[in-house]
Each structure stands twice: as C-alpha cells, then as structure tokens.
Design a protein around this ligand. Structure first.
Ligand SMILES: *Cc1c(COP(=O)(O)O)cnc(C)c1O
Length: 399
C-alpha cells in the first residue's frame, strides 16, 4: 500500500510502520472506529472516491478504516519488495484466499507434504471441486525444478512445517517456480516476516497466521497475506470479491501485538532453544525437531536464510504410546493443552504427522509432541517438563 521503500532495520520498522499522521491524528495509535457506512461530503466526492478505488481511501467499512490500513501497511513495511498486504479473519482464510487468487480450473497446484492440515483440506475439497488438481511433493526434494509440470500454476510451501519442522530451500523452490511460470506461495507463520522476509527470498505471496505470534496473546484470530508487485493486484481483487475483511478491534490488537513482535519473538527464541537443547539430552526423547538444532532436516538452510528461530518445535519420544504421552501432558502445570500457538503462554500438543501425509513416509521412534514455548521462566518450564518426562517413562514401562 505504501509503495515506498521502508526505512530502518526490521525492529525499527515494527515500531514506525503504518503510523501515518493522517491515520493516527494526535494519538500514537490509530482510532478504532466501528464503521460500516463512511460518509462522503457530496455526490461529487462520492464519485471521486469510487473512481479512485485505492487502499487508504475512505470508501466503505469492508475496505477498512485507518486501523486496518495501518496494520496492513506495517506488515508490508516488514517485507522489503512487497507491494501490499490483505487481512483476513483467520490464517485459514488467508491461505484459502491466497490460493484462490492465483488458481483456475485446469491448473495443477503443488503442496509440500509437511503442510498444515487445514491447507491440505482446502486443496483436497474446494479446490478439487473447482477443477484444480493438487500434487503433494517432498519438502526436501533435491531438484525442485523436476517437480513442475506443464499445468503447474503454483506451489505452496510451509517452511518449516508446523508439525515436523523441515526447513525448505525456499529460494531454490521459488527460482524453479519462476522458471516454469508458476507462482510461489509460502506459509510463513513460524518465522513471520521478521525472521524470514519472504518476498526478498523470491516468494510471490507470503502468508502469516497473525493469530499466532503477531497477535501474540491468544486473544484474536487474524490472517495476513503480503504480496510481491506481480501478485498484488490479483490478491487484492480476489480478496475483495470474496468479501474478506477484519473487525477494527482485531486489527487494533494485531497492531498492538506487532509493535512488540521483535522482543517477544527473541524471548520465545532464547527460551525455545534452551529447552530444546535440554530436551535433546533427555533419555526419553529420541529426537528434537527444532530448525536451529542440527538434528532438524534443513538445519543448514535455516542457518543460511533465517535471522532467528521461533519458540515452536516438536520432540519425537523414544518408544511409548499415547497413554504415556497423556500421562506426561495431562499433569503439566505450565503447559496448556490446546490448538494454536505463539501466545505468551506455553502449550503442549500430541501431533500425528503420519495422518496428514500422502507423498512421503513419516517414520519415528515414538509419538510426537509439539511444544509452543511461552514467555514463562525457562527453569520453571524445564522443571515442569522434567516431571512430565518421568511420568512418561513410568507409563511407558508399565506397558
Ligand atoms: C494456525 C496456522 C494456520 C491457520 O491460522 P488460523 O488463524 O488458526 O486459521 C495456518 N498455517 C499455519 C502454519 C498455522 O500454524
């Protein structure tokens, strides 16, 4: 929306982005207007506004007011090379609209096999019904160019995958896609644009579930899609045609969360890494799937391409079954049991990678547990997990 080259380093842009005087007035932050109708001064003014059809013009509530525009612009400013950002009522809506903005009947879509299950569900149901074929591919494919066929129109990556954390060679996938005239979409929820500026790495459409780290407080649903200039007009039009918009309160909370993303994410990173390293030493844990640890597939790519690591990772247990997992997780005191992640509070979730794969095999030494490390004291979290691992071991031995 801004079109200008954003100034300053990412942490600075998080603070300055979207704070136009004409939107904020005397406040530091934009107002929260509950508005459907926006009033024009005259018929001539109405006509002028309709003809201009630009973001940032008062038009109608569905097109937003300063608080939504400020959030969108701040997100665009985080992605050097981006043309604009559209906002959605959830991350799932963001993935769906981003895909609909590039695909048509007869197209083939490639999706990496480690993708978030609802993205897979959308492709296998609605996209299929509208005549788009999906082919699932190995996220760690050596030769991305070989994956593209004559009908391939787009590829959806998720790096790292949000269950099994394979870090993909996004620049290589994007270059191969470009060579085949295909569009690259990336689910960038884990790293956010702060730790992985996707457009700069060759991605055309960068998707972030703002529900997670951008909101950061487990109190909003939010989807964000930032596009390169080539994909922006199509994304904007498709999203408007699909009636996508977000409530001003959610935009406000998203913007409020975004301002502190740098400090929160760095704390999630430090705590996540400390806990992942501790877990890697525990006898009950066979493997830690954390992009910043060498045991994670694609670790070298993470080192090359990312500027940080989020606090979400998985552990593969050594033996044991779901009973042992339940014995461990049920009585954790600081880790909640629930979906989503990226909030200030820690979560633990049993996950089942084998159930949402079709192109690659998932084989592991035992069940998989995903941890979202929150902002609690690391020693307290480790003590909680240590007691949990003892319960796991007892329950596993009883079998
Ligand atoms: C949570 C999540 C989504 C969907 O976001 P919602 O806001 O929950 O709809 C999409 N992709 C990934 C990787 C996610 O973790």
């Amino acid at each position: 929306m801004s079109g200008e080259k954003p100034d300053g380093k990412p942490a600075t842009r998080l603070v300055t982005g979207g704070r136009r005087k004409e939107w904020t007035g005397a406040g530091v932050n934009p107002p929260v207007w509950h508005a459907s109708t926006l009033l024009f001064d005259s018929v001539a003014d109405l006509k002028r506004g309709t003809a201009r059809n630009q973001d940032g013009d008062y038009y109608y509530g569905r097109r937003g007011t300063p608080v939504q525009w400020a959030l969108a612009e701040a997100l665009t400013d985080l992605e050097p090379g981006a043309a604009g950002t559209m906002l959605y009522p959830s991350g799932a809506a963001a993935v769906a609209c981003a895909l609909l903005s590039v695909l048509e009947a007869g197209d083939e879509l490639l999706i990496t096999d480690n993708v978030y299950d609802p993205s897979r569900g959308f492709a296998d149901s609605l996209l299929k019904r509208y005549g788009v074929t999906t082919r699932y591919v190995d996220p760690m494919a050596d030769d991305p160019g070989a994956l593209f066929g004559a009908k391939t129109r787009a590829i959806l990556l998720e790096s790292p995958g949000s269950l099994t954390f394979e870090v993909q060679d996004v620049p290589a996938f994007a270059a191969a896609a470009k060579a085949h005239g295909a569009v690259t979409l990336l689910d960038n929820t884990w790293a956010t644009s702060l730790f992985f500026p996707a457009i700069e790495k060759g991605v055309d459409i960068s998707i972030v579930a703002g529900t997670k780290y951008i909101g950061g407080h487990s109190d909003i649903m939010l989807g964000c899609v930032t596009a390169a200039p080539s994909a922006w007009p199509g994304l904007r039009t498709a999203s408007q045609r699909l009636g996508q918009c977000i409530a001003p309160d959610d935009a406000y909370l998203g913007l409020r969360g975004l301002r502190t993303l740098d400090v929160r994410l760095r704390r999630h990173e430090a705590s996540g890494l400390a806990i992942a390293e501790w877990l890697a030493e525990q006898p009950q844990v066979a493997r830690v799937l954390h992009p910043a640890l060498p045991t994670c597939p694609g670790h070298d790519i993470w080192k090359r391409d990312f500027t940080g690591a989020a606090g979400l990772f998985s552990i593969v247990m050594r033996g044991g079954g779901m009973d042992a997992v339940a014995a461990m997780i049920d009585d954790l005191t600081l880790f909640g049991i629930g979906y989503s992640w990226g909030g200030f509070e820690s979560l633990a979730l049993p996950v089942h990678p084998e159930a949402s794969r079709s192109a690659t095999e998932w084989s592991a030494e035992g069940p998989v547990i995903r941890l979202s490390i929150g902002l609690e004291d690391t020693d307290d979290l480790i003590a909680d997990l240590a007691a949990g691992l003892e319960r796991f071991e007892k329950a596993a031995c009883r079998k």
